[in-house]
Design a protein around this ligand. Structure first.
Ligand SMILES: O=P(O)(O)OC[C@@H](O)[C@@H](O)c1c[nH]c2ccccc12
Length: 389
């Protein structure tokens, strides 16, 4: 029980030994708020290593890396909170159970319950991305990108469509399901839907790649790209790590989504630079005034999405687009010549006219068109006329 010795020295933590059938005690960690240092207690081998009792083994090094990752995550949470971001990057009181490994520890994980769906998605994404990164390290992605075909001009296409038609350019979303609406389309063939959208007059397409919550995939994105669809493609993902941007580029994306409710300013700045380097456009999504003001303070953003759906509560209100474009914010956006995309909850020609009146030059639409038996005809329904001409 090498753990016991160190445990006694643990500040602020008490352990309860509970007899288990196999006579080995199980330890329950009792502490409501953890600080960074306490993570070391999940990795007994590190403690031994730090106290010089054993030589490092491979597992010790892996443990050490995991502890570091958690430390970074905790700091990220603090920085994010100072910018009004409520979404925590990682569970505050411990890593997901699979990180605890073979040790005889179990956390009392009350603090590990996500506060809302967006937070749940982000926590899940964090684990998913770290697993994907292990399989495909950044270096290998960079090599593939060197030989990748060039990207298409996502922002340029939206500007041109708006100029040509006088209507908002349409980003049509290939979306099978969502946590708020469930399955939107049973008979879901992503390439067929993408082709129908293109034929129906969509300027760009948005392809959901999140599997667990939206039933999307990177295979869908890749298949649409390889099927000869010409519209520029937005990879609709919950980006929390720059690695995902490289991956999206490889899978055929021309643009990616950055969600201000999830990402602190520094991450947005850094990721925008990476996008520029890779030839990708970044659609930076905001939902309230505070996020809009943060984003307006960041240089180099060309495309702002105003989501009418609150990703924490699922509430949809298209007047959100209008509210965020009023007054000085709208003036600044016009001065900087940014394109604003009205996102979510758009069903009728009146809805489209309303957000256009508010100042958007593009709209992002999923549900109302993907649900139609012919999604291309869904587009004419949405605009009140055929926009494919
Ligand atoms: O299906 P709708 O209500 O037309 O919405 C499309 C799009 O705006 C929505 O899917 C969306 C906007 N931002 C997001 C961020 C993550 C996941 C999904 C989204």
């Amino acid at each position: 029980m090498d753990g016991l010795v160190s445990m006694r020295t643990a500040p602020g933590i008490s352990f309860q030994s509970i007899p288990s059938p196999n006579k080995r005690p199980k330890f329950f960690l009792r502490r409501s708020s953890m600080d960074l240092q306490h993570w070391r207690f999940h990795f007994p081998s590190i403690r031994a290593q730090q106290s010089g009792t054993i030589f490092p083994r491979k597992e010790d090094e892996e443990d050490s890396l995991k502890v570091k990752e958690w430390e970074v995550g905790m700091l990220q949470n603090e920085v994010a909170a100072s910018q009004g971001i409520r979404i925590r990057r990682r569970p505050p009181s411990g890593p997901p159970l699979h990180y605890v490994g073979p040790f005889e520890f179990r956390l009392q994980n009350e603090g590990n319950t996500p506060r809302n769906i967006l937070e749940e998605i982000v926590w899940h994404k964090d684990v998913e991305v770290s697993q994907m990164k292990e399989k495909k390290p950044l270096l290998s992605l960079k090599k593939v990108i060197e030989n990748a075909p060039p990207t298409r001009d996502f922002v340029g296409a939206l500007k041109a469509a708006h100029l040509r038609t006088g209507l908002p350019g349409l980003i049509a979303e290939v979306k099978k399901a969502s946590p708020s609406r469930g399955i939107l389309r049973e008979n879901f063939d992503p390439v067929e839907i993408a082709r129908a959208y293109e034929k129906g007059g969509a300027t760009c397409l948005s392809v959901l790649t999140d599997e667990k919550y939206f039933k999307g995939s990177f295979e869908n994105l890749e298949a649409i790209r390889n099927a000869g669809v010409k519209c520029p493609l937005l990879c609709k993902e919950f980006v929390i790590d720059a690695w995902q941007i490289y991956y999206a580029r490889i899978k055929g994306a021309d643009a990616i989504l950055l969600i201000a409710a999830v990402l602190p300013d520094l991450d947005i700045r850094y990721m925008i630079k990476i996008c520029k380097m890779l030839g990708l456009a970044a659609l930076v999504e905001v939902h309230d005034e505070r996020e809009m003001d943060r984003v307006l303070g960041i240089e180099g953003i060309e495309l702002i999405g105003i989501n009418n759906r609150n990703l924490e509560t699922f509430e949809v209100d298209i007047s959100n687009t209008k509210k965020l474009l009023e007054g000085e914010r709208g003036q600044m956006i016009r001065k900087k010549d940014m394109i604003v995309v009205g996102e979510s909850g758009l069903f009728t020609p009146d809805d489209v006219a309303y957000v256009q009146e508010a100042g958007v030059k593009a709209v992002l639409v999923g549900e109302s068109i993907v649900k139609q038996s012919d999604p291309g005809k869904g587009i004419s329904g949405l605009f009140g006329k055929d926009i494919s001409l």
